[in-house]
Design a protein around this ligand. Structure first.
Ligand SMILES: Nc1ncnc2c1ncn2[C@@H]1O[C@H](COP(=O)(O)OP(=O)(O)O)[C@@H](O)[C@H]1O
Ligand SMILES: [Mg+2]
Length: 304
């Protein structure tokens, strides 16, 4: 569990990066901090592993104040994946992944074996082990970054816009893989992003930040979409522009869900049709969506 208790951060020079931030993150939970640039996301994240110390307030891990922990040991026990992968350019992929475990005293052979397993876990070709970061694509570099973050088998994984620098298709792939990984690994993940879609995808809960680390809303993606706390949140999630509004069009006897731009997002199945109990749409609960009377099409938002 990670706790922020009335945390404030004023940088030398007077910037008030975080005014007064309180949050509890449960063990095994993935929390996405999302907000525009400068809203204090990186500052908050770095207070967890003491790369930044709060001006006042406390940050705890499993109830223990991080201020009382040795910063070097703390940093080695918490996985950290950053935007530009942060790889050491003059070390091979394998050596980048083994750096922290070796520093922590793992025998080199064992660390390398584990690194090869991790390369497989994050979808890296074993042949890349001897390459240098500059010889990899952006997506491959980020995969190495994730493998390195996991190398010490940390309970906590901090990810600061880890997929921000790769192209949208690769980003989508990396996001999906992280979600699959998390299903098995069940780490406590703090994931920073300025991309609300990414936050909704990765976060069990999403924390929407205004400048100064002010919490605009905390909730599951469903809760935030269903009930944006204020105009700021509505605007951030695109609710005010109808971006999140989906509607249903009837095509060849099937209900196709269409987004605000008229693009098909998928085919609507009732719960009953999907074999998961009764339809919650006011229909008779028959298993086929084909028996909805035409003209009786549900409208409004639906979730994927
Ligand atoms: N080391 C620093 N010294 C002074 N100001 C900083 C420092 N790091 C961040 N800031 C300022 O604190 C605010 C929050 O920054 P940051 O936490 O990096 O935001 P985000 O990650 O949300 O973009 C910004 O105004 C930024 O300029
Ligand atoms: Mg940042």
């Amino acid at each position: 569990m990670i706790g922020f208790e009335n945390v404030r951060k004023e940088y030398p020079g007077g910037t008030l990066a975080v005014e007064d931030f309180t949050l509890e993150i449960a063990s095994h939970e993935a929390v996405a901090l999302v907000g525009t640039s400068g809203s204090g996301k990186t500052t908050l994240m770095r207070m967890i592993n003491r790369m930044v110390d709060p001006t006042s307030g406390r940050v705890t891990i499993d109830g223990e104040d991080v201020a009382a922990m040795d910063p070097v040991r703390l940093r080695r026990s918490v996985g950290y994946v950053m935007q530009a992968s942060g790889l050491l350019p003059h070390r091979t992929v394998l050596d980048n992944i083994t750096t922290v475990p070796v520093l922590r005293g793992t025998a080199k052979g064992a660390a390398r074996e584990r690194a090869r397993e991790l390369m497989d876990t994050v979808g890296l070709d074993p042949a890349l082990a001897t390459r240098y970061p500059g010889q990899l694509s952006g997506g491959q570099q980020q995969r190495v970054g994730v493998a390195r973050g996991l190398a010490a088998d940390p309970n906590i994984l901090l990810m600061d816009e880890p997929f921000g620098a790769v192209d949208p298709i690769v980003r989508r792939e990396l996001q999906q893989e992280l979600m699959h990984l998390q299903r098995d690994l069940k780490k406590t993940i703090v994931f920073v992003t300025h991309d609300i879609d990414e936050a909704f995808l990765i976060g069990d809960r999403v924390v929407l930040l205004k400048p100064g680390g002010v919490i605009a809303q905390i909730g599951t993606p469903q809760e935030i979409l269903a009930e944006p706390a204020d105009d700021f949140v509505a605007s951030f999630v695109g609710a005010d522009r109808g971006v999140r509004t989906l509607h249903v069009e009837r095509v060849d006897g099937r209900d196709v869900v269409v987004d605000a731009d008229g693009r098909a997002a998928g085919v609507l199945e009732t719960r009953a049709a999907a074999g998961r109990g009764s339809a919650g749409d006011g229909s008779t609960g028959e298993s086929s969506s084909g028996d909805l009377p035409s003209g009786d099409q549900p409208t409004g938002a639906t979730s994927p």
